[in-house]
Design a binder for this molecule. Structure first.
Ligand code: RP5
Ligand code: MG
Ligand code: MG
Length: 259
């Protein structure tokens, strides 16, 4: 079964910090494997504290979230399973298993942090299936231009908003793309092996393909914006390394266009 890898990397410090994860061997990822001395560093970035998009500390008096369900405007349900809790800290437990780091890191929510990933694709003049990729500001890796679902936001909105912010330099009302946005095909919903994941906070996403059969994107200026520093079309067969689990999502894109 699937084990996460990118959130067990001990070669680099955790994003924006000098904290290192402890090494979790493959066979000790699952919580069901006993590891009595497991005691990872506990780390939550100070930028998370007091933010409207983030949860408070787990033991804060007024923090009584509806775990494993839609909690008002925040979806705290996991696509993977009903998640369990650490017996002493009471924090949600990553459904895939240990990551070598506890706390939330830079993620705002305890438990699942929901995102959406729009894969905008086309067939190039040379006949190759390719998709819009952006370079991320946080670690310079190439990625699908996805982002977090805001509180109270529909995933369908997140997909369009994030694409507009990161790949159209914020131009949201683009009438010429209406037809493209209504053509979405879901490729995946579930866990993301994101390098920011921790034992108690992790990324999940809905990946939707918008395939431009009519050349609608020729009328649109694609340009990196917001937390993207560059943009390019990447061929699905290019083997270019991608952020988090995005290579897996591109494999699903390939498969869905090969029949
Ligand atoms: C990944 O992080 C998701 O697949 C999505 O692409 C992205 C969302 O986070 P930000 O781009 O907002 O940092 O796990
Ligand atoms: Mg964004
Ligand atoms: Mg993003």
């Amino acid at each position: 079964s699937f084990v996460h890898k990118k959130c067990r990397n001990v070669d680099v410090p955790y994003l924006g910090s000098n904290i290192h994860r402890i090494l979790v061997p493959d066979d000790l990822v699952k919580w069901s494997r006993e590891w009595k001395e497991y005691s990872p560093p506990v780390y939550t970035d100070s930028k998370v504290h007091g933010k409207a998009w983030a949860d408070p500390e787990i033991n804060e008096k007024n923090f009584q979230p509806a775990w494993n369900s839609v909690d008002g405007k925040v979806n705290r349900a996991s696509f993977v399973c009903q998640y369990a809790f650490d017996q002493s800290s009471l924090c949600p437990l990553n459904p895939i298993g240990r990551t070598g780091l506890a706390g939330r890191g830079v993620l705002g929510r305890w438990g699942p942090n929901h995102a959406a990933d729009p894969i905008v694709s086309r067939i190039s003049d040379e006949g190759h299936l390719e998709f819009v990729a952006i370079q991320r500001r946080d670690n310079s890796e190439w990625a699908i231009p996805g982002g977090m679902v805001d509180a109270g936001e529909e995933v369908s909105q997140t997909l369009q908003r994030e694409f507009a912010e990161e790949a159209m330099n914020g131009v949201i009302d683009n009438k010429s793309l209406e037809e493209l946005w209504s053509s979405g095909k879901e490729l995946y919903r579930g866990y993301v092996d994101d390098p920011r994941n921790t034992d108690n906070a992790w990324m999940e996403t809905v990946v939707v393909n918008f395939h431009d059969t009519k050349g609608l994107l020729r009328n649109v200026a694609l340009q990196a914006g917001d937390d993207a520093t560059a943009l390019r079309w990447i061929r699905v067969d290019s083997q270019a390394p991608l952020y988090a689990s995005h290579s897996h999502f591109i494999e699903l894109l390939k498969a869905s266009h090969s029949n």
